[in-house]
Design a protein around this ligand. Structure first.
Ligand SMILES: Cc1cc2nc3c(=O)[nH]c(=O)nc-3n(C[C@H](O)[C@H](O)[C@H](O)COP(=O)(O)OP(=O)(O)OC[C@H]3O[C@@H](n4cnc5c(N)ncnc54)[C@H](O)[C@@H]3O)c2cc1C
Length: 403
C-alpha cells in the first residue's frame, strides 16, 4: 500500500484524494483552513457552476491558456463523468442558460458536502494544517507542517492559484514546485474586473446591464475585443461576465477605451426614428418619463445631466441636438480603462506550473518522480461558464488515478 499525501482541500484536492484512496492507497489530505472547499463555497455566487454541458472542443476553445494540454484528461473524465459523480452522490443537477450546470438546490455547499462524503467513504485522513515545506530524500517525500513532519511515497500539489487569497490560495504550491526545479509562469489576474477613470460607473454602482454589446479599443483606436452580454457597474469601474472575459483575453489593457452600446440590436438611424415618433406621441410628457422606455431608471438623470437637459422638459421642446446627443450616448458610452484590478480580486489565476513539465496523461511531474499536480496550480485558465471547475475535476481524477 502506497502512502500518498494531497496538499490542498479545494475542488481538485478533494477529487484527487478520494480517487487515490479508492485505488487502495493510504491517503492523507492536508488543508490549511479549518474547513474544506472554502473557495468552492463561493463559486457561482454561492450556487457553484459545476461544469458546462458542451463538448471537449468547446471546453478547449474556452480555455484561454494551454487548452490543448487538457485534451487527454478531458478524454478520461469529462462532463458526463462529472454529472454522474455528483448525481450518484445525491446532488441533483440542472442546466441553465449557456449550458451552465448547477446543483438543483442552488447551493454550492451541497457540492462540498458530496466531496466530503466521498473522502470519508474512501477512508481519506484529513489534517487541518498548513504545509510549510516539502523535501525529497531518496525515494520519500518529507512534508513539514508547523509542528510535524510526515513521510510519504507520492505527493499531489492541489494548492490552487493566487487569487482570492482569503480562501487559502496564496500561491504556496508555486514555491514548493519551484524548489523541485519547476518553472512557474508568472501568475497574473484572469477573469478580472476593470478600473475605470471616469465617475460614471461609480454613480451607477450595482446596476447590471443585460443584452448590451461592448468594444475595447487600444490606444491606436483599433478594436481588440468585441462581444455581447452582461456588464455590471461597480464602485471602481466595471465587472460582470463580459468584462471578466476582457480581463482574461486582452493582455495589456492600460489606457484602452471601453465602448458600451446599450442598444446593439438597433442602428442609430432606427433608434432616432423611434425616438422622433415617441417624442411626438408623448409631446406633453417630460423627457424623464419618456426615457424610461429607453434606459434603466438609474441612468436617466445621469444622461440628462450630462447634456444639461432639464428632467422636466416636455418632449415637444426637446431639440434635435438634444435628441441626437441622447441617442449617440446610448450607442457609445465611452470610458477609459485605467487597468485590470489586482490578482487578489481575479476569479482565476493565469500562470502557474509550466505545462511543458507535466505529463498530460498522468499529471505527474516530468522532473520529479512521484510528484503530481491538479487544478488551478497548473498554468491553465478558462473563461466563465463552469469550465474552470471542469479542469479541477478532470486533472484531479487523472492525478488521483495515476499516482
Ligand atoms: C468568486 C469565485 C467564483 C467562482 N465561480 C466559479 C464557477 O461558478 N465555476 C467554475 O468553474 N469556476 C469558478 N471559479 C473558479 C474555481 O473556484 C477554481 O477554478 C477552483 O476552485 C480551483 O480549484 P483548486 O482545487 O485548484 O484550488 P482552490 O479551490 O483554490 O483550493 C486550493 C486549496 O489549497 C489550500 N492550500 C494552499 N496552500 C496550502 C498549504 N501550504 N497547506 C495546506 N493547504 C494549502 C487552500 O487553503 C485551498 O483550500 C470561481 C472562483 C472565484 C474566486
Amino acid at each position: 500500500m502506497k502512502k500518498i499525501i494531497v496538499i490542498g482541500g479545494g475542488a481538485a484536492g478533494m477529487i484527487v484524494a478520494g480517487f487515490a484512496a479508492k485505488n487502495n492507497n493510504s491517503v492523507t489530505l492536508i488543508e490549511k483552513n479549518p474547513t474544506l472547499g472554502k473557495k468552492l463555497l463561493i463559486t457561482g455566487k454561492g450556487r457553484c457552476n459545476v461544469t458546462n454541458d458542451s463538448d471537449i472542443e468547446n471546453h478547449i476553445a474556452n480555455c484561454v491558456t494551454n487548452g490543448k494540454f487538457l485534451f487527454n484528461v478531458f478524454h478520461k473524465f469529462f462532463v458526463q463523468e462529472t454529472i454522474d459523480f455528483f448525481e450518484n452522490s445525491d446532488v441533483k443537477l440542472k442546466t441553465e442558460r449557456g449550458n451552465r450546470i448547477f446543483p438543483q438546490s442552488d447551493k454550492a455547499a451541497d457540492i462540498v458536502q458530496a466531496l466530503e462524503i466521498f473522502l470519508r467513504k474512501n477512508g481519506v485522513e484529513v489534517i487541518q494544517k498548513q504545509v510549510i515545506s516539502i523535501d525529497k530524500i531518496q525515494n520519500k517525500f518529507h512534508i513539514k507542517t508547523l509542528n510535524n513532519t510526515i513521510e510519504c511515497d507520492k505527493i499531489i500539489l492541489a494548492t490552487g492559484g493566487k487569487s482570492y487569497p482569503g480562501t487559502g490560495s496564496t500561491g504556496d504550491g508555486y514555491r514548493f514546485a519551484q524548489k523541485f526545479g519547476h518553472k512557474i509562469i508568472v501568475p497574473r489576474a484572469a477573469l478580472v474586473p476593470l478600473d475605470i477613470k471616469e465617475d460614471f460607473p461609480k454613480l451607477l454602482q450595482g446596476l447590471a446591464l443585460k443584452n448590451i454589446s461592448i468594444k475595447i479599443l487600444n490606444q491606436n483606436n483599433k478594436i481588440v475585443f468585441e462581444d455581447f452580454g452582461e456588464l455590471l457597474f461597480t464602485h471602481f469601474g466595471v465587472s460582470g461576465p463580459l468584462i471578466l472575459s476582457v480581463g482574461s483575453l486582452v493582455k495589456n489593457i492600460m489606457n484602452h477605451t471601453l465602448i458600451i452600446d446599450l442598444k446593439p440590436a438597433l442602428s442609430k438611424e432606427v433608434l432616432d426614428k423611434r425616438m422622433i415618433k415617441d417624442l411626438e406621441s408623448n409631446s406633453k410628457k417630460t423627457i424623464k418619463k419618456l426615457l424610461k422606455l429607453y434606459l434603466p431608471n438609474k441612468m436617466i438623470l445621469i444622461f440628462l445631466n450630462l447634456f444639461k437637459i432639464d428632467e422636466n422638459k416636455k418632449c415637444n421642446s426637446i431639440s434635435k441636438i438634444e435628441r441626437m446627443s441622447l441617442i449617440h450616448l446610448m450607442k457609445n458610452i465611452s470610458l477609459t480603462i485605467i487597468n485590470k484590478r489586482q490578482l487578489r480580486e481575479a476569479i482565476i489565476t493565469s500562470g502557474g506550473v509550466d505545462v511543458k513539465e507535466i505529463n498530460p496523461r498522468t499529471m505527474e511531474s516530468k522532473i520529479i518522480k512521484g510528484l503530481y499536480f491538479a487544478g488551478e496550480i497548473i498554468d491553465v485558465d478558462s473563461l466563465t461558464g463552469g469550465y474552470n471547475l471542469q479542469i479541477a475535476w478532470s486533472t484531479g481524477f487523472v492525478a488521483g488515478n495515476s499516482c
